[in-house]
Design a protein around this ligand. Structure first.
Ligand code: ADP
Ligand code: MG
Length: 279
C-alpha cells in the first residue's frame, strides 16, 4: 500500500513555550485504519492540526500523496479538500441553522453547482445515518447527532483522508456503537481514516495500525495484531494492555479458548466463548 501521509521529525512549540510536538514522525498508508493513541496532553490534537495545515511545524515537514505540503493559501485550500478534519468538539464546527445547510457549506464553497451539492450532501448524510434529520435545526440535535453531522460535513468534501480527533469522547455507549458502525462503513468504502483516542481498548478493537504518542513524539507504530507484544511501549505511553488481551490469555491458559485467533474486543471474546461451549 502506498504512503498517503508522512510526518517527518515535526517540532511544534506553542506561544507560551509549551512543547506540542517533539521530533514526531509517522506514516499513514492509503486505505488503512489508524489510531493515534496517547494520554491527555500527548500531542494528538496538535498533530492532527498539522495534518491539514492548520498549524505549521517549527521544524520538520509533511508530505501528502508524495508531495511536500504547499503552505501557500492556494496550496492549503487544495490540501484541505483532500484532508478532512473532524474536531473533537462539534460546536466548534457547526454554525448553520439546519443540518442540510451546514453540510452544504463546504461543497458550496468549492463552487459546485446546486445539483452536485445536493447529491453530495444527501450521500454524506446517508453515510452517517442522518438523512432523516436534514431539515432539523442543528441546535436541536443530541451531541452524538452533532458529531455525525460534522463527519457528514467533512465527507461532503469527498476527502481522501479523514481525520477524527477523539471521535468517541463524550458519547454514551449507544452513540459510540452507532459511530463505530459509521466508521466501519467508511473504512470499508476505502477512505483512509486516522483517529485519535486515549482509549487503548477502542484502538485495539478498531484500528489496523496503532501509533503511540507520548510527550509530543510517536514512540512506536505497529499493526494492531502486534499490540499484545508491545507492553513496554504501551507502558511508556501511559497505556495498559487492553482488558480483552489479559482476559483471553487467562482463559486460554485454562484451556477454555484457543490462543489463536486472538479476539480484539470483549464482544468477540464472548462470542468465541459461547461457540466453544456449544460446538
Ligand atoms: N493553545 C495552547 N497553548 C499552549 N500549550 C498548548 C496549547 N494547546 C496544547 N498545548 C500543550 O501542548 C501539548 C499537547 O497538547 P494536545 O495536542 O492538546 O494534546 P492531546 O490532544 O493529546 O490531549 C500539551 O502539553 C498541551 O498542554
Ligand atoms: Mg486533544
Amino acid at each position: 500500500m502506498s504512503l498517503l501521509l508522512e510526518a517527518h521529525s515535526l517540532d511544534y512549540r506553542y506561544a507560551d513555550g509549551s512543547i506540542g510536538l517533539d521530533d514526531c514522525s509517522l506514516v499513514v498508508r492509503r486505505g488503512s485504519r489508524n489510531a493515534v493513541l496517547g494520554t491527555n496532553g500527548s500531542g494528538k490534537t496538535t498533530l492532527f492540526q498539522h495534518f491539514n495545515g492548520l498549524l505549521k511545524p517549527s521544524a520538520g515537514h509533511l508530505t501528502f500523496d508524495g508531495a511536500r505540503f504547499d503552505t501557500s493559501r492556494a496550496g492549503l485550500n487544495a490540501l484541505r479538500r483532500r484532508v478532512g478534519l473532524v474536531f473533537q468538539n462539534p460546536d466548534r464546527q457547526l454554525f448553520s441553522a439546519s443540518v442540510f445547510e451546514d453540510v452544504s457549506f463546504g461543497p458550496l464553497n468549492l463552487g459546485l453547482d446546486a445539483a452536485t451539492v445536493r447529491r453530495r450532501v444527501t450521500a454524506a448524510l446517508a453515510a452517517v445515518g442522518m438523512a432523516a434529520q436534514a431539515e432539523r435545526p442543528v441546535h436541536h440535535l443530541s451531541f452524538g447527532q452533532k458529531k455525525r453531522v460534522c463527519i457528514a460535513g467533512v465527507l461532503a468534501m469527498q476527502p481522501e483522508l479523514l481525520l477524527l480527533d477523539e471521535p468517541m469522547a463524550g458519547l454514551d455507549a449507544a452513540m459510540q456503537d452507532e459511530l463505530l458502525k459509521v466508521l466501519d462503513d467508511l473504512a470499508a468504502s476505502g477512505i483512509t481514516i486516522v483517529l485519535s483516542t486515549h482509549d487503548v481498548d477502542f484502538a485495539y478493537r478498531w484500528a489496523d495500525h496503532i501509533h503511540l504518542l507520548a510527550a509530543g513524539r510517536c514512540i512506536a507504530a505497529f499493526p494492531s495484531a502486534e499490540l499484545p507484544d508491545r507492553k513496554a511501549a504501551l507502558q511508556e505511553a501511559g497505556q495498559p494492555l487492553p482488558a480483552v488481551i489479559e482476559l483471553h490469555r487467562t482463559l486460554a491458559a485454562r484451556g477454555l479458548l484457543p490462543l489463536q485467533p486472538a479476539p480484539r474486543s470483549l464482544k468477540a471474546l464472548l462470542l468465541a466463548l459461547s461457540s466453544e461451549e456449544s460446538p
